[in-house]
Design a protein around this ligand. Sequence first.
Ligand code: SF4
Length: 362
Amino acid sequence: MHEPQLVALREAAASGVDYDGLVVDYDDDGYRFETPEASHDGLSAAEFDDVANDHPRYVSNWHYWSHIRSDADRAFLRWVEGAEDRPLVERYEALETGVSRSWGEVLVTAERAGDGERRYHLRHEDDADVPLDDLEVHDDPLDARRLVKHDDKGRYRPLKTAPTLPHGWAFTDLDGRECTRAVDLVYPATITNWHLEREGELDVDHWAEAIERQTGIYGVVKTWNRGESHEHVNWVAEACCDDSQCLKRREWQYDDETDLDVDGGDGVFPCREPCSLVIAAARKWTRLEGEEPQTYSFELTPSEKEQLEDIVDAVADDRTDEIREADVNEGANRYRARFLRAKLMDDDGNLCGVPTDRATEE
Ligand code: SF4
């Protein structure tokens, strides 16, 4: 046991320690030292050190956690190793081989190093079994900023919590601070908000409040409040906040008293307010939904109608890349779509040659 750890524990004894099974305090009779396996009191400083040396795990574990300054970081790192779920001895055994948990799509692995220290490793959860040699290995948490900018197809990721995290990278041998820093760059503010939620202090800004704050070009969204059912906000949440689109668990509702009808999702970390992507999309929808419906007449075969529905579904679910060229049974198959366009759309792109009626917009 390192002397500084013993000194720090003796100093802490004056105000009392009760941590992960270790109980230490000091009174006129001397020091008390307790673990689930041992109980001593009335100890002199030298006796205290001897007893502490016999229980190094408890002391080094307390020392490790007491030196993590941020409550949110500590709570997160303890969550990773399941600190609230199993006793220290069992946990230390598990940490020998590594304990992993998924945070969004990031797999966080904690391992025990010497003197109670932990080391952390990060990678995409799908890469859990990929040999390290086959991954691009980093040790600087700041690299995460660049790594997660684009998805596997090189497309910019405007929403950091979209389930499109690229594969093929790993961070190894991070200390606790570096680990939470990297996670925060992958999924900004998720650790903080998750911690606030656990503490009952998450400050949720519902749709109505968030929209009321919009100014400038986004102020137009305020006009999109029609009807009692707030179904437009349900559509927004269904379109953007579903687990298939965003890994945050939506906690915001229409307002303090009115929940939305759509499910908030199962994400580990909460979403406390409509994000900028949702506000920008809602601005567009506000304009589009301001249009008056028109009546158009099209002639479609039943299969053509179903095919249009299939195409909308495939685009909305981001499945177009999965539809094989040869699979002409799929309505959203590229050849089927091209055939439909060749048959039904004129040179100006009008469906069935029917022009779009925008006369009433002026
Ligand atoms: S508002 Fe919706 S899409 Fe945006 S971060 Fe929150 S849950 Fe995700």
